[in-house]
Design a protein around this ligand. Structure first.
Ligand code: SAH
Length: 346
């Protein structure tokens, strides 16, 4: 089963109007994917194909309408309908199963559901004012919203974990952690990255640092992995301070959430906490120059509407490092849109 091209890889033979039409209607597909993700359709059909009527019964939805959504999805390679009107799993649909490595179900639910989607609907507000569209729609910053809405926060953290597990391996294979003895994961969420680093490097000790309500969600995983002795869990606020004594501070998808002033404050706290010859490691997408397609260019819009942060170029990271007392030493590419940006104390 192959995916139909939607807004990328469009063939050169297609007239511009046809390509543009696909691009414009991209959100129709996105929203249909949301329905499947939220209702857990991929889990329901993973062992056995089912009709829309059966699926509607299990999900408390309107069968004929659900059928139309599934038929549209199947036209893009997400589920396949057989001659008896039963929908089966496909490789694309399987990415929306809950318990597969690198599951995108939570990400689809978060990105296309209750917070990100309304904020994107108000992108014009950000463009007109430079302000954060999310804050305009919800009258509070996203992190406060998650603190007040634990269910949504859990899905967000699951979404980060799902994406992280896909990226972890490439990060670990691209950057050499072997000479490090204690790595502190700042804003480490539910701990997926630190767990992967510790499992791949048995001599390293780790610290997972995040907000109190978030790190609690990591404790069980760390115990299950048998890493309780090697991984300390610390709750706190990275604008106040971060755990001291590490020789590597890794921040994955943290700095892109914040503006220059806030980013410098976080980095200065890492500077203060690390040992003299410590290393700063950011895992972020680095925006390449020119017009080439890059996920970071759209993630950057996600940051614009959601957090007031941004995706940055190498020159922008260099300047940020300098302002916080670091010297950027190298940008290590990975076979993904993410890079490891390394710095040492200047
Ligand atoms: N590093 C993880 C999570 C990235 S999401 C990953 O790559 O999957 C950003 C994280 O920053 C969230 O887990 C959020 O709880 C955390 N965060 C936001 N504000 C924070 C603060 N003031 N102090 C500590 N952590 C914070």
């Amino acid at each position: 089963m192959t995916a139909k091209p939607i807004d990328s890889q469009h063939s050169n033979q297609m007239p511009p109007q046809a390509v543009m039409l696909q691009m414009i209607s991209g959100f129709w597909l996105s929203r249909a994917i949301y329905i499947a993700a939220k209702l857990g359709i991929a889990d329901l059909v993973k062992d056995q194909p089912q009709t829309a009527a059966d699926l509607a019964q299990s999900t408390g939805t309107h069968g004929p309408s659900l059928y139309r959504v599934l038929r549209a999805l199947a036209s893009a390679g997400i589920f396949a309908e057989d001659a008896d009107g039963r929908f089966a799993i496909t490789p694309l649909a399987a990415t929306l199963q809950t318990d597969v490595p690198g599951s995108l179900r939570a990400f689809a639910t978060v990105e296309l559901g209750e917070e990100h989607y309304p904020a994107w609907g108000d992108l014009m507000h950000s463009v007109k004012t430079g302000e954060i569209a999310f804050d305009h729609v919800f009258a509070m910053p996203i992190w406060q919203y998650y603190a007040q809405n634990p269910e949504n926060a859990k899905t967000f953290n699951d979404a980060m974990s799902g994406l992280t597990s896909a990226i972890n391996e490439v990060v670990i294979n691209s950057y050499h952690f072997s000479s490090i003895s204690k790595v502190v994961d700042i804003g480490g969420g539910h701990g997926n990255l630190i767990i992967s680093i510790l499992k791949a490097n048995p001599n390293i000790k780790g610290v997972l640092f995040d907000q109190p309500q978030v790190v609690e969600g990591a404790r069980g995983r760390i115990e299950e992995e048998g890493l309780t002795d090697r991984c300390e869990i610390v709750a706190g606020d990275f604008f106040e301070s971060v755990p001291s004594g590490g020789d590597a501070y890794i921040l994955k998808w943290i700095i892109h959430d914040w503006n220059e002033e806030q980013s410098i404050a976080i980095l200065k706290n890492c500077h203060q906490a690390m040992v003299d010859n410590g290393r700063l490691l950011l895992v972020e997408s680095v925006i390449p120059p020119g017009n080439e397609p890059h996920l970071g260019k759209f993630m950057d819009l996600n940051m614009l509407v959601m957090t007031g942060g941004r995706e940055r170029t190498e020159a922008e990271y260099r300047a940020l490092f300098e302002a916080a007392g670091f010297r950027l030493t190298k940008v290590v590419p990975t076979p993904s849109p993410m890079c490891v940006i390394e710095g040492v104390r200047a």
